[in-house]
Design a binder for this molecule. Structure first.
Ligand code: ACO
Length: 319
């Protein structure tokens, strides 16, 4: 078994929708400003009693259903999240229990909005080493829990959701390569540094962002990693059928596509309807495009992630 192949995708979005009009009632902003600067029209928000693992569970079931697999065929679970249900146990262990299965391992992975690319890269290594055959890789985030709804600079951007894929050992080409990066020198431009300390929350429990610094670094790093990865695998960017980027902001997606010389017709965008769902955004967008028939068997697909850390990465996949 030489490859790891994505054999199914799934996703879940909470029922409640927060529109730009709703945000106009909460902060000094306008539908027009938000659409113009971010491309976002609405986002989904978790219910009061709904958790990151609940969303992960629904996304996992939807992927298992598409694969026609039973939960107990999964031998490893990796959940990418920055908004776990608890410090411990991990959201992956809570998800394992909800699925009613035993696996060889269940781990959370935190790389903010790049989390899904890091998780997929990790899962690919587990499969290539022979340590696992069927891995459930999930990105799930309840960003609404860590967003300050009185800060107009950040609250307009984020939404909640989950996306999942099943990565399986295969003789057919699947994941052709991954590249991940991090540069802690930029760790202060995007933070949520609140943490539990002696029974209290120390630090800021809400997202802080230097929007313009994030914007510039995101475009630069996504362009570089996409070019490098394609070149190292020997693929011309023109051969790529679809790009599925982290859905941060439509202007980041457009600028990166332009730098790569790719038409926006090849870029899967869900940011208008989902906002930025952090680690969930790439698998959510992937699932949308697989289910509506745009991404087909045989297509060459580039996944891109970027986020706090600063971290970034990409995966090139033959579907
Ligand atoms: N509504 C109305 N006005 C606003 C809002 C808002 N929601 N937010 C900020 N403004 C105002 C500011 O107060 C400022 O007003 P001033 O000139 O009177 O001081 C003005 O708009 C311009 O503010 P900037 O912060 O310079 O606005 P900018 O054009 O940079 O847009 C934005 C802000 C949309 C956040 C932009 O910087 C951006 O897209 N950055 C990328 C960040 C991103 O996408 N983060 C996602 C999370 S990170 C990730 O996923 C990688």
């Amino acid at each position: 078994m030489k490859y790891a192949k994505i054999v199914a995708t799934g996703s879940y979005l909470p029922t409640k929708i927060l529109t730009n009009k709703d945000l106009e009632e909460m902060v000094d902003t306008s539908d027009e400003w938000i659409i113009d600067r971010t491309g976002i029209r609405e986002r989904h928000i978790v219910a009061e009693n709904e958790t990151t693992s609940d969303m992960a569970y629904h996304a996992a079931l939807s992927a298992l259903n598409q694969a026609n697999m039973q939960p107990d065929e999964i031998d490893l679970i990796i959940v990418a999240t920055s908004t776990p249900d608890s410090v411990f146990p991990s959201t992956a262990c809570i998800l394992q229990n909800k699925l009613g299965i035993k696996t060889n391992g269940s781990i959370d992975l935190q790389a903010a909005c790049t989390g899904f690319i890091y998780a997929l890269t990790t899962a690919d290594c587990f499969i290539k080493s022979g340590m696992a055959k069927n891995i459930l890789v999930v990105g799930s985030d309840s960003m609404s829990r860590i967003v300050d709804y009185s800060d107009r600079g950040t609250c307009i951007l984020f939404g909640d959701g989950a996306g999942a894929v099943i990565l399986q050992a295969s003789d057919e080409p699947g994941v052709l390569g991954n590249e991940i990066h991090a540069d802690g020198n930029y760790n202060s431009i995007l933070t949520c540094d609140g943490h539990l300390y002696n029974g209290e929350i120390k630090g800021n429990p809400f997202v802080y962002m230097d929007g313009q610094a994030v914007f510039k670094l995101a475009v630069r790093s996504l362009t570089a990693v996409s070019k490098n990865l394609a070149e190292s695998i020997g693929v011309d960017l023109a051969q790529i059928n679809w790009i599925v980027p982290h859905q941060a902001n439509i202007r980041i997606l457009e600028s990166t596509a332009k730098m790569l010389g790719c038409s926006m017709d090849k870029v899967i965008t869900t940011v208008d309807k989902h906002g930025n769902t952090s680690a969930a955004s790439v698998p959510l967008a992937l699932d949308v495009a697989v289910r509506d028939g745009r991404i087909k068997a045989g297509d060459l697909v580039l996944l891109q992630g970027v986020g706090a850390g600063f971290s970034w990465g990409a995966s090139l996949i033959r579907f």
